[in-house]
Design a protein around this ligand. Structure first.
Ligand code: SF4
Length: 369
């Protein structure tokens, strides 16, 4: 059986090398090619002799994805469709930062579809097909980095949000493994402060995440100021209600100067009144919390309407008046169905041209064979 190098941490790659009877440094050598340099084949590992490359290829694989399509929105947002080894499609979204020069966030998926079934979300309507494995999660980042280097070299990937298709905490082990890989300073080297995991509120897994050695920022998809509304639009609330969710979040060991982000999708006539804003403020009182208000991004799979501009303003003003931080999220990539809650493998049929391979980053370590 072959082992997937793209799914390993550095420690695991070193242990793997020793288990093969190779020197420990061979583990780091191949791991860095995969996770720092982002190579796609063993042939690109040019500081190994041909014989050693063949030896590695005989016992290891490089799992991951194939980039099948990229659509570019009017605001520069890119929706990427990847195909898995078993023919499923998943999506990621590259979002250029509007304010900060060159900075770009990638929104990645953790599952093929999703089981949580939030009523306003297009992904939820797909149902769950399967969890993504670790290499399929990290490869969204690596392939996006290559695409950016080709298509927009002035931009760089600076932030990762686990807010694409799927509930990351339903794929807990692969989530945590991917976080360990992506934050290692000898690999992709993302600071945990630049990574956000978004959850619909799986209370036991939130408690477990709080005890991990790598702890990202937390975003919670709240979307309602009380259980009556949340029960209707997020069935998961019937299992873990708002009180249970907030108790878990209050106990979450937040690092200094970190806040929990609450996502609040604003649905006309459902959760968007000034009274709801007041309820929300009371609910979150005393927490290190900020609220992202997301006016609903329409799609054909759900019966809701986007609130009027006046209703959105009134909701946000009431939140501000009551003294807690809110941010109005402008939809990004909504013209290509890439905005929040719209990911459902819809395509405009524009296939991408194959990527040329371009090396980025520092030169590889010196040859040792
Ligand atoms: S909002 Fe997130 S958790 Fe809810 S159905 Fe959509 S992908 Fe799943």
């Amino acid at each position: 059986m072959t082992a997937d190098l793209r799914a390993m941490t550095l420690d695991q790659a070193e242990a793997f090398a020793l288990a093969q009877g190779w020197p420990r440094f061979r583990g780091e050598q191949v791991w860095r090619w995969v996770h720092d340099r982002g190579v796609r084949t063993f042939a690109e590992m040019t500081n190994l002799s041909a014989a050693n490359r063949d030896a590695v290829a005989a016992v290891a694989t490089l799992g991951g994805l194939t980039l099948a399509e990229a659509q570019v929105g009017k605001d520069g947002t890119r929706k990427l469709r990847f195909v898995t080894h078993d023919g499923s499609s998943i999506e990621s979204v590259l979002i250029p930062d509007a304010d900060r020069d060159g900075k770009t966030t990638i929104c990645i998926s953790s599952q093929v579809g999703c089981a949580v079934d939030c009523q306003f979300c297009a992904t939820g309507k797909l149902g769950l097909k399967r969890n993504l494995d670790t290499s399929e999660i990290v490869d969204q980042v690596y392939l996006s980095k290559r695409l950016l280097a080709e298509a927009a070299p002035e931009r760089r990937l600076t932030n990762i949000v686990y807010m694409g298709m799927g509930e990351p905490l339903h794929n807990y082990d692969n989530l945590v493994q991917s976080l360990r890989i992506l934050t290692h300073d000898k690999g992709a080297g993302f600071s945990p402060r630049r990574i956000t995991v978004s959850t619909a509120g799986l209370v036991p897994k939130l408690e477990r995440l709080g005890g991990e050695d790598v702890r990202p920022n937390l975003a919670v998809s709240l979307n309602a100021p009380n259980d009556a509304i949340r029960d209707l639009i997020m069935p998961i609330n019937r299992k873990w209600n708002i009180a249970a969710l907030l108790a878990a979040l209050r106990a979450y060991p937040l690092a200094e100067r970190r806040w929990i982000t609450f996502e609040y999708v604003l649905l006309a006539g459902v959760n968007d009144s000034v009274g709801h804003a007041g309820e929300l403020a009371r609910l979150l009182r005393g927490m290190k919390a900020k609220v992202n208000i997301i006016p609903w991004n329409p799609h054909p799979e759900a019966p809701y309407e986007r609130p009027t501009a006046a209703a959105i303003d009134a909701f946000q003003n009431e939140c501000k008046r009551l003294g807690f931080p809110t941010y109005l999220r402008t939809p990004r990539g909504d013209d290509i169905d890439a905005a929040c809650g719209q990911l459902a493998n819809r395509s405009n049929g524009e296939a991408i041209v194959p990527l040329r391979i371009r090396r980025t980053g520092p030169p590889p370590p010196p040859p040792v064979d």
